[in-house]
Design a protein around this ligand. Structure first.
Ligand code: ATP
Length: 299
């Protein structure tokens, strides 16, 4: 029998009173991939993850996590997943080590301590420190360790690098990538586009509780808009270029210098340009950030 996808979400609806946080979200995460769940503040990322772990109940839709129904098999889902919440609440009076022992026991004590020590070392996290004395960033590291420590099949990470300095952000991304290499599936939410671009195989963009795009990360970058800066020997009829399919003018120039936006193939523009004396031609690929902003602003 074919293995079920790591996550299947169909028509997920979640209301908080009159606020519709999720409005029929559909999403599938394949086994073994890193899926970046990208969206602005308030888009519904945390709500989605909390529904997947049966921490809140949706108002509609169906969910499957590792082939299981999180509402019926809540415990099994939670033991087979590693979850990093946006804010981890841990008992203040414990040391990091005791807190991790406690969390490990809750999940059946599957974690091995040499791995926990290794994770703590890589994140420069002192196991003997009391939780109440931890900075925000160090608390986040405890969250990362407890999510990874039992080597779960599926990692659900809510903004994993939040509050960490750049060096530690990089370390967390490496740990996530290594977990995937060891066979785990990773679903992580973020509004930091560069990190999604760096490690995810696919990206889903959520806006106002619905998914507006799912694509291979590289394809999304490649397929979409390109910016072309042009300088000509003399003024050119701009309309001859903007009439081409997928070509529009980004910055209104003097007819001699132009900034165009090209969607899709460049071939049409390049052939049309052959009719004019071009002095300079420069093209830039947009970052995922620009692509995202285009979606966010409704473009
Ligand atoms: P962020 O990037 O800021 O964490 P998010 O994409 O994770 O945002 P959610 O936290 O899922 O977004 O919130 C979605 C919407 O639901 C927001 O408008 C938020 O204010 C609202 N919301 C979330 N939790 C609750 C709650 N417990 N009660 C009422 N409204 C809530």
């Amino acid at each position: 029998m074919e293995e079920a996808p790591a996550i299947t979400i169909q028509g997920l609806v979640k209301n908080y009173g009159r606020l519709q946080a999720l409005r029929g979200l559909d999403l599938e995460v394949r086994r073994g991939e890193i899926f970046g769940f990208l969206g602005p503040n308030g888009a519904g990322k945390t709500t989605t993850i909390r529904c997947l772990l049966d921490l809140i109940w949706p108002n509609g839709g169906t969910l499957r996590v590792l082939g299981m129904d999180p509402q019926r098999q809540s415990l099994a889902v939670r033991t087979r997943c590693g979850y990093l919440p946006g804010e981890l609440h841990i008992e203040d009076s414990l040391t990091v080590e005791k807190a991790l022992r406690y969390l490990n026991d809750l999940r059946g004590g599957k974690a091995d301590w040499s791995y926990i020590r290794q994770l703590a070392e890589r994140l420069d996290l002192g196991l003997k420190t009391q939780v109440r004395n931890l900075s925000k960033g160090n608390k986040q590291k405890v969250g990362v360790v407890q999510a990874l420590m039992h080597r779960p099949e599926l990692l659900l990470l809510d903004e994993p690098t939040s509050g960490l300095d750049p060096l530690m952000q990089q370390e967390v991304l490496s740990l996530v990538a290594e977990a995937r290499l060891a066979g785990a599936t990773v679903f992580f939410s973020s509004h930091i586009l560069s990190e999604v671009q760096e490690i995810s195989d696919r990206v889903g963009i959520i806006r106002q509780g619905t998914l507006v795009e799912v694509a291979e990360t590289q394809a999304l970058i490649k397929r979409s808009l390109r910016r072309v800066r042009l300088r000509f020997k003399g003024p050119v009829p701009v309309e001859a270029l903007t009439a081409l399919p997928g070509v529009s003018q980004l910055v209104r120039g003097d007819g001699q210098s132009l900034v165009l936006q090209v969607e899709g193939e460049m071939d049409g523009l390049i052939k049309a340009l052959a009719a004019f004396p071009v002095l300079d031609f420069e093209t830039e690929r947009p970052s995922l950030e620009e692509i995202f902003l285009a979606y966010y602003s409704g473009g």
